[in-house]
Design a protein around this ligand. Structure first.
Ligand SMILES: Cc1ncc(COP(=O)(O)O)c(C=O)c1O
Length: 401
């Protein structure tokens, strides 16, 4: 049989991160590559109690198909949680519960754009978003970032240019807080400008915020969705980093008319999100375990973030520059001297350390000398040793080239 594949799948590239996950079990390899939370943050005992409780009290419903947009009580509980943690005022009818925010990204692309349409992202951007958008055959136009996130002055120019070419962008996708991959956070002033640009040009703004609840330093910056005139922003959130990614639960907040379309597409995708997970998450929030766990995660990750930053200062000074994020899960390091981090990756693996090269996150084939380093998964010892091994790799790579 000769299979003929769709243009959409033929246009997709295998993800470097998927390759990396395959390597993760190689003995002795320290992975700073994946984007995984630490299993020590999984609230195992609480989840065990909650799962037993759900089985004892709600088994008939929790094991049944559920509503397409999500369990109504769970949507209310999420609305309530977002008021507390993000200051977001959203009605439960404007929340859809998805199989991870990853599914939310896919839905968004299907609902808001046609194949061949252009959307705007940060450059670099989240590799999973690139995959969801590519699967829908969208063209991505990346707007450059500095340490304050997307350079909004550049955004307006990009929009005008695209409009001049008859390619008005269908939406603007940003991760304004502790961005993946850079760790950068956009200050309030720029967020205001984003809202203004979105309104002026009538281009929907999408805020993806999986890390906002994980701040270790500095003052909170309000989410765009919670700001004045931010109500039209489509907002994605997740339980992956503050409960467990294994239960696959995320959510999207959107205006009424967008919800109607999400409803249609969600039926095509999986009819409804896992009912059992929703019951568990609902109880997890209702009992307040989530708020305790967020504080616990912050304590654990702050120590790891600090160790990564101090190891970078100790071992990478003079050969790289890097972000020192106030929260989230990633540091973005850029090597001096045009070293291609993708080319260097194999050597790094041989030296027992893995990272994701900058090119995995690019929309326009740049970021060649950068790498994303995750500080949540490994132990502090592994983090320090991993950075040491990267330095060793850089030195031998420079010698050979
Ligand atoms: C920016 C961003 N968006 C979305 C996701 C997807 O998360 P999940 O599908 O687990 O909710 C991630 C996961 O790493 C992410 O970093």
């Amino acid at each position: 049989m000769k299979f003929n594949f769709s243009d959409s799948v033929l246009g997709m590239k295998p993800s470097e991160i998927r390759e990396l996950n395959k390597m993760a079990s190689t003995p002795g390899l320290i992975s700073l590559g994946g984007g995984m939370p630490s299993p020590e943050t999984f609230p195992k005992k609480d989840l065990e109690d909650i799962m037993n409780y759900v089985m004892e009290n709600y088994a008939d419903l929790a094991l049944q198909y559920g509503n397409t947009l999500g369990n109504d009580s769970a949507r209310e509980v999420i609305a309530d949680m977002l008021k507390k943690t993000e200051g977001i005022q959203a009605a439960s009818k404007n929340i859809i519960i998805n199989s991870g925010s990853q599914q939310g990204l896919y839905e968004l692309a299907t609902v808001l754009a046609n194949p061949g349409d252009t959307i705007i992202t940060e450059e670099p951007t989240y590799v999973g978003a690139v995959s969801a958008f590519s699967a829908n055959q969208l063209r991505m136009e990346g707007v450059e970032m500095d340490q304050q996130g997307m350079i909004v002055e550049g955004l307006e120019g990009t929009i005008r240019k695209l409009m001049g070419d008859g390619r008005k962008p269908r939406f603007i996708y940003v991760i304004p807080t502790f961005q993946n991959p850079t760790g950068y956070t956009m200050p309030e002033e720029r967020r205001k400008v984003l809202i203004e640009i979105s309104e002026t040009y009538n281009i929907p703004l999408v805020e993806d915020n999986p890390y906002g609840q994980l701040r270790y330093y500095g003052k909170n910056v309000d989410s765009i969705r919670s700001m004045k005139n931010g109500e039209n922003t489509i907002y994605l959130g997740t339980f992956s980093k503050v409960m467990t990614p294994g239960l696959r639960l995320g959510y999207t907040i959107a205006p009424d008319e967008v919800m109607e379309k999400f409803n249609l597409i969600k039926q095509a995708l999986d009819l409804a999100t896992n009912s059992f997970s929703q019951y568990v998450a609902m109880e997890y929030v209702k009992r307040g375990v989530i708020y305790r766990q967020i504080e616990e995660n912050k304590k654990i990750y702050k120590v790891k973030r600090d160790r990564m930053v101090s190891a970078l200062r100790e071992y990478m000074d003079g050969v790289a520059r890097w972000s020192e994020p106030e929260g989230g899960m990633f540091v973005w390091a850029t090597l001096n001297g045009n070293i291609d981090t993708r080319m260097m990756r194999e050597q790094a693996m041989r030296n027992g350390v893995a990272y994701v090269s900058g090119q995995a996150f690019t929309t326009n084939n740049t970021q060649k000398s950068s790498m994303r380093l995750n500080f949540t998964f490994g132990s502090v010892e592994q983090i320090e040793e991993g950075i040491k091994r990267i330095r060793k790799t850089v030195d031998s790579y420079i010698e050979k080239h």
